[in-house]
Design a binder for this molecule. Structure first.
Ligand SMILES: C[S@@+](CC[C@H](N)C(=O)[O-])C[C@H]1O[C@@H](n2cnc3c(N)ncnc32)[C@H](O)[C@@H]1O
Ligand SMILES: [Zn+2]
Length: 312
């Protein structure tokens, strides 16, 4: 006969087993959730990217991109990959300073340069369907993210030589493959891109031609002669008129269009400070002239730029 005490012990034992099982399942669920999130964060589209050292295709393995020769590039916690080998770096911290980047983000996020963005997208669309695009010298990623908005099904890569810039850009979206790389050695396969954009940044014609498929284009934006001329008149004692025009291509790409565009914008004091801070003028301006700008309540400015299309 089973005693009452014995029955109670068995009951307690089964309750404990059931409870342990529940706790284990919960722990497992939490673990799976955590790993899932981690994998999500570490997911990186490396399609078309090649090893900057040996040129072989990159594939994701765990939290890294790896080539067949085992050159390994970690996917940073923030979601970008450093594909700039030390031998391709020209300085220890190339590119804009963190203060310049923060100012650029604040200024661009307010949409002051959205007409430029629209012109570039129109130039891209005029060349046919965009299924892959690399924004070279992407900075903190304003334009790159706008391109994704316009071409949501395209494979988009944002590349910049500055790690600080790419790290900041990666906070915009993980739908873009953000990489640190130099325009002169792009870690992309030959003939793999439909388009390259170079927004106020460097064009390396031969290298761009290598990664573009035949018929693909570079859309380049450069400052015109009167770009921000009113700002220059405040911050410099003498403003020399330099007639700007993009240099003729060297023969790897053909210029198929070059338009000079302009619009006006009125900026308040805080916006003027951001604008100065995001340009190289901030490194050159004399303290008394900076003070002059900082005392300016608002200013009407000319934005003038070339949108040039170079075709392979
Ligand atoms: C004037 S900023 C323009 C940034 C961004 N396109 C924009 O308009 O907001 C020029 C950018 O080019 C990057 N850059 C300079 N030299 C480069 C190179 N050799 N390869 C790739 N990026 C470069 C800088 O780090 C900087 O972010
Ligand atoms: Zn390699």
């Amino acid at each position: 006969m089973i005693s009452v005490g014995h029955t109670n012990n068995r009951l307690v034992f089964f309750i404990l087993m059931w409870y342990n099982d529940k706790i284990d399942k919960r722990k497992t669920r939490e673990l799976v959730k955590m790993t899932g999130n981690m994998n999500d964060k570490k997911r990186f589209n490396c399609c078309g990217l090649i090893c900057p050292i040996c040129g072989q295709e990159l594939a994701q393995s765990g939290g890294s991109l790896v080539c067949r020769s085992h050159h390994t590039y970690d996917i940073a916690r923030q979601g970008y990959v450093n594909l700039l080998p030390v031998q391709q770096k020209h300085s220890l911290t190339p590119g804009d300073t963190p203060e310049m980047l923060a100012a650029r983000r604040a200024f661009l996020n307010e949409g002051h340069y959205s007409p430029i963005c629209r012109d570039v997208m129109a130039a891209l669309e005029a060349n046919g369907e965009i299924s892959s695009l690399m924004d070279v010298g992407c900075g903190e990623g304003y334009y790159t993210a706008e391109f994704l908005r316009r071409f949501p099904n395209a494979r988009i890569i944002g590349a910049d030589i500055s790690k600080a810039a790419v790290r900041m850009a990666a906070s915009r979206t993980r739908e873009i493959s953000w990489i640190t790389a130099t325009a002169s050695h792009l870690p992309a396969a030959d003939c793999s891109m439909d388009a390259i954009t170079a927004m106020f940044s460097l064009v390396c014609e031969e290298e761009f031609a290598r990664i573009l498929r035949p018929g693909a284009v570079v859309v380049e934006v450069t400052a015109g002669t009167n770009h921000l001329i009113e700002l220059k008149r405040v911050i410099y004692d003498d403003v020399f008129e330099q007639h700007k025009r993009p240099k003729a291509p060297q023969g790897f790409l053909k210029e198929t269009g070059c338009q000079l565009k302009s619009f006006r914008m009125t900026l308040d004091n805080a916006q003027l400070r951001s604008l100065l801070m995001m340009t190289p003028h901030t490194l050159r301006v004399r303290p008394e002239n900076r003070a002059k700008l900082e005392a300016t309540e608002s200013l009407d400015l000319t934005v003038e730029y070339f949108v040039r299309v170079l075709k392979k």
